[in-house]
Design a protein around this ligand. Structure first.
Ligand SMILES: [Zn+2]
Length: 455
């Protein structure tokens, strides 16, 4: 009775490579990393000479490369092709100004991952109790290769799901297969729950415009103590020694454990919010550019972001970005919607519809908001969340107006949609901010402006 819709999702499953399998993985991962770096260097050289080389030319040279360096010939061809395709995508994004210049990959950057893009090349067998096996080129496809890989599936894929690609990756000592699949599911009944704005911050991870707050578990004192000890122990070990490698692994295990717990918490928050609210508005904390550097799936939003900026901030951003992805996924499931709005001044604007005064002076204190014009007071994050919601409602109203005037096929009735917006909605703002808002409509990646947002 209900319509169906096609969804595209990722599911990360733990795999248990044994005997020669981890070595086989490392070989493929290493070759893919090397190929990425060589292909990047080739593109650089070309552009220095004012020329251009694209995916097809580079892919055509793979045969030659394999002849000169036989270890490339031992790596599944599709994985190599995929490296060149990903690099090409990275360059296209760079040309469009959506991402920075592609960087070489280093061995330490969160392990080497590689992708099998062709469903004809892999098979998944699912047994009882979540036990499964994975067959990949060089792994279980032929009698004399490294054999099929044991896998755990914590939840079954939707019936009729088609796995489109598989990415193998490593985190500390654990290996994962990220299955990217497509499935037909019943279109969710549109969720008309209350609209809500959310402010993601440092002190309070998520505060809603309803005043509800959500916490994400931090490391306990004991864990921090352990972290310090592990770091110290690593620093003491001699470079290249076996003990150093051991210490490095222990540290990586610690980080992975903390990350996993954080991810679980974020998933639960997303599910709760999406269940209660049909329309969720968040700030666009430059998540579009985050995707570029992260280039991850839903389950694995980028492991090499940490090197990019201040470590602390990057970790927080990963949390925010992950929360955004989880919310989007959960909202889709419940028939809701997540909207991102430009983040400027959300923490400095008076939420009182009659006032709307914008000034840094409204935030003389870190955690409280006190309007210098009308005296409105409130918790700073709560005020921000309310402003975010107002901005989101304003944006959908503008969208609706636009599509209506397009339907009417008349030359615009109003000069701007701004005035109508200010009419019936909760928080019309002061003139100057309103102008800034209408100039910055959806679709443009907003500036990060982190320090301004969460001072
Ligand atoms: Zn005010």
């Amino acid at each position: 009775m209900s319509e169906t819709t096609t969804i595209r999702r990722g599911e990360r499953c733990r795999i248990y490579p044994e005997n020669g399998q981890p070595g086989g993985f490392r070989k493929i991962g290493g070759a893919c990393r090397l190929l990425h770096n060589v292909a990047l260097e080739q593109r650089r050289t070309y552009s220095r000479r004012g020329r251009y080389i694209g995916y097809h030319e580079q892919a055509a040279q793979l045969a030659e490369l394999k002849e000169a360096y036989p270890f490339f010939a031992e790596v599944p061809h599709h994985c190599l092709q995929q490296v060149l395709r990903d690099l090409d995508t990275a360059f296209q994004r760079f040309f469009k100004g959506q991402a920075g210049y592609p960087k070489p990959k280093r061995k330490r950057d969160g392990g080497d991952s590689f992708r099998f893009p062709d469903p004809a090349q892999f098979r998944i067998w699912v047994g009882d109790n979540g036990n499964a096996w994975l067959t990949l080129p060089k792994f279980g496809k032929r009698k004399d290769d490294l054999g099929e890989i044991r896998m755990r599936m914590h939840r079954p894929l939707p019936p009729g799901a088609r796995v489109k690609s598989i990415t193998i990756s490593q985190e500390a000592e654990w290996w994962y297969a990220s299955l990217n699949y497509e499935a037909e599911v019943n279109a969710p009944v549109p969720h008309l729950g209350e609209a809500v704005g959310g402010d993601m911050g440092v002190a309070v991870p998520l505060m809603l415009s309803t005043g509800e707050t959500f916490d994400v578990p931090k490391q306990t004192e004991r864990e921090l103590e352990r972290l310090r000890r592990l770091e110290k122990s690593l620093a003491r070990k001699k470079r290249g020694s076996r003990n150093r490698e051991k210490a490095r692994r222990a540290l990586a295990r610690h980080h992975a454990k903390v990350r996993r717990r954080r991810r679980d918490a974020l998933r639960k928050i997303a599910a709760t919010v999406a269940k209660n609210h049909g329309f969720i508005v968040l700030e666009d904390l430059n998540v579009k550019n985050m995707t570029a550097s992260a280039s991850g799936t839903v389950e694995e939003p980028g492991t090499n972001v940490a090197q990019k900026a201040g470590l602390n901030r990057a970790i927080l951003e990963i949390g925010w970005y992950t929360l955004y992805l989880f919310l989007k996924e959960a909202a889709e499931k419940h028939g809701g919607r997540v909207l991102l709005v430009p983040p400027h001044h959300t923490s400095q604007t008076c939420p009182d519809p009659k006032c709307g005064h914008v000034s840094p002076a409204n935030r003389a204190e870190r955690s409280t908001f006190a309007c210098v014009a009308c005296g409105h007071e409130g918790h700073a994050d709560h005020v921000a969340a309310k402003n975010i919601l107002a901005r989101g409602l304003e944006m959908v109203q503008a969208e609706a107006d636009e599509s209506q005037s397009a339907k009417a096929a008349k030359p615009r009735k109003q000069k701007t949609s701004k005035k109508t917006v200010a009419g019936g909605l909760p928080a019309p703002a002061c003139g100057d901010l309103g102008a800034a808002r209408s100039a910055k409509q959806e679709g443009r990646p907003a500036r990060a402006g982190g320090s301004e947002l969460h001072p």
